[in-house]
Design a protein around this ligand. Structure first.
Ligand SMILES: NC(=O)C1=CN([C@@H]2O[C@H](COP(=O)(O)OP(=O)(O)OC[C@H]3O[C@@H](n4cnc5c(N)ncnc54)[C@H](O)[C@@H]3O)[C@@H](O)[C@H]2O)C=CC1
Ligand SMILES: [Mg+2]
Length: 316
């Protein structure tokens, strides 16, 4: 018996392994999400939840007893649990590890667990137990950047900046990265205000760019969305830390200048077209609709649909 499994550790690990085996067993209702517990053995157990795909989720932060467990003992307990789950046909194990319990990452990795993702205060490891290659979905694939094309129809001027810390100083629309849970239009309005001091309101989406292996996206892809915004303040007070220059430029000058990026030039032409022919030609407008399954709401962006088409029931 290894020295670390003597005395109280030994009793604990045996109880833990036993608990895992029982906990992962038939008292878990298939397709349900309730915790399995064996009450006679108390709180010291490796508890998990069964998900609707047949995988098991274990949240180490909920297991008080782990505070007293060392990595070697944890590895043995986890190994026993994985064996049992495998024999029961579970398809995957998800291991949620609070950052302060990161000593359990290496033991899990030695059993084949890999990082699925990490947040600021925790990591999630996963192990595929099903047949064939893993069918577990990956984590985030893109970062989302949003810019605001703030166009003043009265003066035909557009708000442009040159970023500091860029190798080439070119005119572009102010913008930046979306915060978690932030609506696209809100990112545009917030970033425009933070970088230029201009207040504006969301009108529509104009373009979406997708670029892979984007520099600065930590190996992920970049989704860059440009919104049309309407200004309601006009005095520039730009952020010196982020921007080198900021000005209201004639839209026709932005269309002509070579000192800009291809996407800015293209969207400037799109705006000119919208200004001359009607913004309904270029706008993807937003509407909030209810989600059927979650009871939440979402934002849907598309070209304007006439009201009679929204309510029509057939082709008549
Ligand atoms: N084609 C275009 O016209 C351009 C498009 N974009 C798009 O805009 C979005 C990002 O906008 P940004 O203005 O860059 O974001 P942002 O306005 O949120 O600013 C990012 C801030 O983070 C700082 N930063 C970034 N990486 C850093 C690091 N490793 N260490 C320290 N500080 C760091 C930068 O200095 C900057 O202050 C992306 O979607 C990108 O594709 C950005 C520039 C030009
Ligand atoms: Mg920016």
């Amino acid at each position: 018996m290894p020295p670390l499994l003597r005395g109280s550790y030994r009793r604990f690990v045996l109880a833990l392994a036993h608990r895992v085996v029982l906990g992962a067993g038939p008292r878990w209702s298939a397709g349900g999400s309730s915790c399995a517990r064996d009450s006679p053995l108390g709180a010291e157990e490796l508890r998990g939840e069964l998900d609707r795909f047949g995988g098991v989720s274990v949240r180490l932060g909920r297991l008080d007893a782990l505070d007293r467990l060392d990595p070697v003992a944890f590895q043995r307990a986890l190994q026993a649990a994985v064996q049992k789950w495998r024999s029961e046909g579970r398809v995957a194990v998800w291991l949620h590890i609070p950052i302060l319990q990161s000593r359990f990452i290496a033991p899990a990795a030695s059993l084949g667990f890999c990082f699925h993702h990490a947040e600021s205060d925790s990591s999630m490891l996963s192990l595929w137990l099903g047949d064939g290659p893993s069918r577990l979905p990956g984590y985030a694939t893109h970062q989302v950047g949003v810019a605001g094309a703030v166009f003043d129809e009265n003066t035909r001027k557009i708000l442009v900046v040159q970023d500091r810390n860029k190798l080439k100083n070119m005119w572009k629309f102010p913008g930046g990265l979306s915060e978690p849970g932030e609506d696209i239009g809100d990112t545009a309005v917030r970033e425009v205000f933070e970088e230029t001091g201009i207040k504006s309101e969301f009108r529509s989406l104009l373009s979406i760019r997708q670029q892979h292996t984007h520099p600065g996206a930590f190996g992920k892809s970049d989704m860059y969305i440009i919104c049309r915004l309407k200004p309601y303040s006009f005095t520039i007070n730009f952020c010196q830390r982020e921007c080198l220059k900021c000005e209201w430029m004639n839209l026709s000058d932005l269309v002509k200048t070579k000192n800009t990026t291809p996407i800015t030039s293209r969207v400037a032409r799109l705006l000119l077209y919208g200004y001359k022919e009607g913004f309904d030609k270029i706008d993807l407008t937003m509407e909030e609709l209810p989600a059927v399954y979650t009871g939440l709401f979402y934002k849907l962006y598309h070209k304007k649909l006439p009201d009679n088409y929204k309510t029509m029931t057939g082709m008549d």
